[in-house]
Design a binder for this molecule. Structure first.
Ligand code: ADP
Length: 161
């Protein structure tokens, strides 16, 4: 039985992430979307809020779970008996960083491989930071995120005003 994790910030989860989640869930028996609680970045959403949003938007995919972790991805992968780390690639600009991270993780945990899924073209431009920025200046984010997430983003930004 092959277990995969898809680690990331998901601040918030976008349609690009969801596309990767759906495709990866078909390739592995179990997929855990793992929210990295990384104190270097000040997030828009708390980890708990991100968990709730991810659980809602993934509720129709039977073999997907949502979890959180802090510290090293390789440590988390070791602890959870993970076989594969999933990452998404959008453009060449992602590549250098992703390659370096995959190689570092391979050094730390040789048993585990990173598998890259290339983004579906319609989401190639999309990132959580774009979503946050467009919403901040009053733009329409309904093309970028599921409806529930769009509501939460606008609600959060209203509170911050
Ligand atoms: P991180 O802060 O770790 O980059 P993100 O939540 O931004 O976390 O992204 C998690 C993973 O999803 C990364 O591998 C990223 O390249 C990938 N990803 C982000 N947006 C998209 C997208 N639109 N299409 C495909 N993959 C994406």
């Amino acid at each position: 039985m092959a277990k995969a994790i898809y680690p990331g910030s998901f601040d918030p989860v976008t349609k690009g992430h969801l596309d990767i989640i759906r495709r990866a869930s078909q390739m592995f028996d179990e997929l855990t979307v793992s929210i990295l609680n990384n104190s270097n970045k000040i997030p828009l959403f708390s980890v708990d809020e991100r968990v709730k949003m991810l659980q809602s938007v993934c509720s129709d995919i039977a073999n997907v779970k949502v979890d959180t972790f802090s510290g090293l991805t390789a440590e988390y992968a070791r602890r959870t008996g993970t076989d594969v780390i999933i990452r998404g690639l959008r453009a060449v600009t992602d590549f250098e960083y992703e390659l370096q991270m995959a190689q570092t993780n391979r050094k730390l945990l040789p048993r585990v491989d990173t598998v890259f899924l290339t983004t579906s073209l319609e989401y190639a431009y999309l990132s959580s930071s774009t979503v946050r920025e467009v919403a901040l200046y009053g733009g329409d984010i309904s093309e970028f995120v599921p409806p529930l997430v769009a509501e939460e983003v606008y609600r959060k930004l209203e509170k911050a005003d």
